[in-house]
Design a protein around this ligand. Structure first.
Ligand code: CTP
Ligand code: MG
Length: 222
């Protein structure tokens, strides 16, 4: 439906990996740094016409050198991120070409994304402000204060947000310019009363947050 709208990707890789213990995005997962596993899937996705990788300031030169050695016809550049994830994503968004009207945001730390999932979120933007990958909750979810359960949420209404998260450019940039911060872009678009939809993800699209997740990722690759 969006054949005329060009989609670009922002791959957020400017975190410090506090819970992991080091900058996981540059650590070798198998033969390549984690970030490059993720990047490859975006290079393979025909509906993504350009890519911005957001990395820590200190890693910018090295990343730019690495990117130059990638053989792809697709335009891929690196820019420096910021303190908060939203600052990094914002820097990535404004580095995309002017004619990009759909932006897909993805965590570098989710190396098992597929071109199909990316495409599903782009297609989902045809009739909404944004569309994200999410996973229906398998567990019953309790809202807890201290150690006391306040309420049990209706499991059928609970979806766990992943990335890619894809939005129309203007509403995403406006959302990122708001005061509020959040752990994902969808929350900020929702705060603007944007209409954001979900497409069903997979458990293999997990985020590498801890060493335990890293070990799981190594098993998947072996
Ligand atoms: N990220 C980013 N800029 C930041 C913070 C995070 O681009 N200022 C990116 C990370 O590099 C990662 C993704 O956002 O690919 C998801 O974040 P997370 O898993 O939390 O990674 P880190 O922030 O690096 O880890 P931690 O929160 O444990 O420090
Ligand atoms: Mg973080």
């Amino acid at each position: 439906m969006h054949e005329t709208l060009k989609a670009g990707a922002v791959i957020a890789a400017a975190g410090s990996g506090k819970r992991f213990g080091e900058k996981k995005q540059f650590k070798l997962l198998g033969r390549r740094p984690l970030l490059f596993h993720t990047l490859t899937l975006f290079l393979e996705c025909d509906n993504i016409s350009e890519i911005v990788v957001v990395v820590p300031e200190d890693d910018l030169d090295n990343t730019q050198r690495e990117l130059a050695s990638f053989t792809s016809t697709k335009h891929a550049i690196a820019v420096a991120g910021g303190q908060r994830r939203k600052d990094s994503v914002y820097n990535g968004c404004i580095a995309l070409s002017e004619d990009i009207s759909i932006i897909t945001v993805h965590d570098a730390a989710r190396p098992f994304v597929t071109p199909e999932l990316i495409n599903a979120t782009i297609q989902g933007c045809a009739d909404s402000d944004g569309c994200i990958v999410a996973l229906p909750s398998k567990d019953t979810v309790k809202q807890v204060l201290g150690k006391n359960i306040q309420q049990t949420l209706d499991r059928n209404a609970i979806w766990l947000a992943q990335t890619p998260q894809t939005f129309h450019r203007d509403i995403l940039i406006k959302a990122l310019q708001q005061k509020i911060d959040a752990t994902d872009e969808a929350s900020m678009v929702e705060a603007l009363s944007g209409n954001v939809t979900v497409v069903e993800g997979t458990s293999s699209n997990f985020k590498i947050t801890t060493v335990e997740d890293w070990n799981m990722a190594e098993k998947v690759l072996s």
